[in-house]
Structures are given as C-alpha cells and as structure tokens.
Ligand binder design. Structure first.
Ligand code: H2B
Length: 117
C-alpha cells in the first residue's frame, strides 16, 4: 500500500513487528488517515494519536481497558492507557521503537474502534 496515494482499510489489517528501522508516518499522512478515524486526534506535533472515552462508570472503563489490553497483546502493539476520574479512559498510540507514528498505530486505532462499537 502506497502511503502517499491511498488510505489503507486499517481494520482489515494486523500490526507487524516493529523494532525500528522504518520511517515515521508524516503528520500530513497521519492527518489524512484520521479522516477515516474521526474519534482520534493527532497530538504532540504528529508523534501520537489519542482517543478519549468518557464512560458511564468505573466498571465500564475497566472493561474497555481490558478489551484494549487483550487486543494489544494479540497484535503485539501496545497503547498507553490512562484511566482517570474513575470513568475516563484516554488511549494514546505511538510506536516507541521509532519515536512516532507507524502504520501499526492506525491499525490499532481502527481495531479499538471496532471492539468498542
Ligand atoms: C516486536 C514488537 O513489535 C515490539 O517489541 C513492540 C511491542 N509493542 C510495541 N508497542 C508500541 N506502542 N510500540 C512499540 O515500539 C512496540 N514494540
């Protein structure tokens, strides 16, 4: 899939192992990819994407957190998960191995949207 010409269908893809050695997704491409992922925002000068989930109660927030953790383990790509104010879950995706965004982050974002829908 050529990053510059078309948008991949992220939810149909899986993360690939990443230990560095690949280019970061540019902020311009990231912004374009997010048109298909409207619940996610580009942050930190294009180095991460994030989604805020304001659930109704603590148990729901923990359930979402656990579902995302299971997905992260099966995809071997792990978001930062912040559960605060007893029912607010913030999900932050970046690829630590490259210090910025890779396609794995968009695959995870789409799959997180899918399991929470
Ligand atoms: C080989 C495997 O892809 C890496 O160890 C993974 C594990 N999970 C990861 N998760 C995230 N968010 N960034 C990484 O660079 C990363 N590396």
């Amino acid at each position: 899939m050529n990053e510059s010409t078309s948008t991949p269908d992220w939810k149909d893809r899986h993360c690939v192992p990443c230990e560095g050695g690949i280019d970061r997704v540019s902020a311009e491409s990231a912004q374009r990819y997010l048109t298909d992922l409207p619940d996610w925002s580009l942050e930190n000068d294009g180095l991460q994407i994030a989604r805020q989930l304001n659930t109704g109660d603590f148990r729901t927030a923990v359930r979402h957190l656990n579902a995302i953790a299971d997905l992260a383990e099966s995809e071997q790509h792990h978001p930062d998960l912040h559960l605060t104010g007893y029912r607010h879950l913030r999900v932050v995706l970046t690829t630590h191995a490259i210090g910025g965004l890779s396609e794995n982050d968009f695959v995870m974002a789409a799959r997180i949207d899918q399991i929470l829908s």
